[in-house]
Design a protein around this ligand. Structure first.
Ligand code: ATP
Ligand code: MG
Ligand code: MG
Length: 551
């Protein structure tokens, strides 16, 4: 079973609590604000907040903002909104790595004083050469034996902006022969003469992820610092800094396998390329695997959370079938989305026996199995729209819709029978003439001739015209960016179809943005978060009623 209570991280935490090693579990979710959060981050959020919740602890939200050139306030705001929307509450105020810059600098000075860090003048190319390879040890930098006094002076001058970018770095003095490349005198600080979104121009040197992360955890009293498996090789360095600095607490790093969904990419850099290149309309385009994209697509937050639990948390990197996410979305919407009727490709049916100025107010349940969701009113009149796909002049027995001379039920309304088809010069059906079968609301026809099926409809006089954006998977390849695959060549050309002339039942004009529905027989749809208004309704297709993906 894959509930959070049973994953290997929970086992570790339970042992730590039992052994008295921790009294309060503190985790953190540490995004770098260099893009919008995606499905992989949802997994990390669910793991970190989930473990804190399950153990009566707390989880911090911390921006790991040590790379100012790629970061922005826009990303910070989107991340805050996404975490809150997913339904998690971080402990206390939002935290920023940048608010610890002075403390981190003081600790860097401390390591220099201890002879454990030095200023190095090798340029990038030389440093690479000195670093060695996986099979060959590195060589000591010629600057490795600088005196503490000289290093302190140079570090202070780096901080004061005396040197150009790339001219000097601060490195930890560990072991150039270590089999772990991360331990070969890793960089702690680099010079970047660039303003920071939080600290402005206060700093011209910025700490590396490795020097910053564990110390941020220690400052915040994080007990379990959970990250993805690619950081496993960084753990000895994480521990080295903690052991060699007078930090106030002892965090430990644990790794789990990244979420790697099929038919999707989860790299911020590649997602940014899709946005910058105009392949999608923005980070929150409903086709994007970003949290804000999935939100705009109509994926319920609870479905994302359930999916993250369902797939489990392990120490293996594997591909998760995106159909599992779609299953969770469908299941949630089937349970909770009110039903409504929409005709995406309307053709008019004139009920020739029905009086011209008569309007009946029919009643329809909002959900087939949940009475508590109530009922709505459907106006019925002489002219209705049905979907052009739901009518044929002739058809075999398998076609359970309207056929000339045959019967069909209009959902929640009458059984009708088609009599005549009116076509334009090109032979297109422009109108269908039909008649109602009397006393068939909620009843079978008295003559015993049953309708072939049930179709959705909208009263022509009362229906509301709408734009419907029909979305499908963004990529038509299972592994769009794996191996030699060029993800740009695997974009599904049919990932968006804009339907402008759809007709909705009138109650849908009252939908509020982000409200989701099942449009009967069509799938699940959501009122667009930004573009929907009751004057000009815009709905996004969230997902079909069944999994019909065939690549
Ligand atoms: P990207 O590679 O997309 O830039 P990242 O890991 O650099 O992602 P961060 O903002 O640093 O992005 O990530 C914040 C947290 O989310 C990290 O702890 C990271 O390990 C985790 N995370 C990112 N992607 C995934 C994923 N696919 N599955 C699980 N956790 C993830
Ligand atoms: Mg990162
Ligand atoms: Mg990254």
């Amino acid at each position: 079973d894959n509930t959070p209570a049973s994953n290997f991280l929970q086992t570790i935490i339970a042992e730590d609590i039992d052994a008295g090693r921790v009294t309060e579990v503190v985790t953190r979710f540490p995004p770098e604000p260099n893009g919008y959060l995606h499905l992989g981050h949802a997994k990390s959020i669910s793991v970190n907040f989930g473990l804190a919740q399950a153990n009566g602890g707390r989880c911090n939200l911390r921006f790991d903002d040590t790379n100012p050139e790629k970061e922005s306030q826009e990303y910070i705001e989107s991340i805050l909104a996404d975490v809150a929307w997913l339904g998690y509450a971080w402990d206390g105020d939002v935290r920023y790595a940048s608010s610890y810059f002075q403390q981190l600098y003081d600790w860097a000075v401390y390591l220099v004083e201890q002879g454990r860090a030095y200023v190095c003048d090798l340029n990038a190319e030389e440093a690479r050469e000195y670093r060695g390879t996986l099979t060959e040890p590195g060589k000591n930098s010629p600057h490795r034996e600088r005196s503490v006094e000289e290093n302190l002076d140079l570090l202070a001058r780096m901080k004061a902006g005396e040197f150009d970018e790339g001219a000097k770095v601060l490195r930890a003095r560990i072991d150039m022969a270590s089999p772990n490349m991360n331990m070969r005198d890793p960089i702690m600080y680099r010079i970047r003469k660039i303003a920071h979104h939080q600290t402005g121009t206060d700093w011209v040197i910025y700490p590396t992820y490795d020097f910053a992360h564990g110390q941020e955890d220690a400052i915040e009293g994080v007990t379990h610092s959970i990250c993805t498996l690619e950081f496993e090789d960084h753990r000895p360095l994480y521990d080295w800094y903690i052991e060699n600095l007078p930090v106030q607490s002892r965090p430990r790093q644990y790794e789990f396998g990244r979420l790697n969904p099929s038919y999707t990419i989860t790299s911020k850099r590649k997602l940014k390329n899709l946005v910058d290149g105009g392949t999608v309309a923005g980070w929150d385009d409903p086709r994007m695997p970003t949290i804000s994209g999935m939100r705009r697509r109509g994926y319920p937050a609870v479905a994302l959370r359930k999916f993250c639990e369902m797939i489990g948390t392990t120490r293996k990197d594997g591909v998760v079938d995106v159909a599992m996410l779609e299953f969770a979305v469908r299941e949630e919407l089937n349970e909770n989305a009110p039903r409504a009727m929409a005709v995406l490709n309307p053709v008019k049916v004139v009920l020739t026996d029905y009086p011209e100025d008569k309007v009946e107010q029919l009643t329809a349940p909002n959900h087939p199995s949940r009475e508590e969701l109530g009922v709505r009113t459907l106006p019925f009149s002489r002219e209705v729209y049905i979907d052009a796909e739901d009518f044929r002049e002739e058809a075999n027995k398998k076609y359970k819709r309207l056929v000339l001379g045959k019967r069909v039920r209009l959902r929640n309304a009458y059984v009708i029978e088609a009599d005549e088809v009116i076509k334009d010069e090109a032979g297109n059906v422009v109108e269908i003439h039909a008649h109602t079968i009397p006393n068939t609301i909620g009843e079978n026809p008295e003559d015993g001739i049953k309708p072939k099926g049930v179709i959705q409809w909208v009263s022509a006089a009362h229906g509301v015209a709408a734009e419907v954006r029909v979305y499908d998977r963004l990529f038509n390849h299972e592994a769009p960016d794996k191996g030699d695959n060029d993800y740009m060549s695997h974009i599904n050309p049919a990932s968006l179809q804009v339907v402008t002339g759809a007709m909705l039942e009138p109650s849908l004009a009252q939908a509020t943005s982000e409200q989701g529905f099942q449009f009967e027989r069509e799938g699940y749809f959501v009122a667009d978060r930004y573009d929907h208004t009751s004057d000009k309704p815009v709905f996004n297709k969230t997902i079909g009623l069944r999994d019909t993906w065939n690549g």
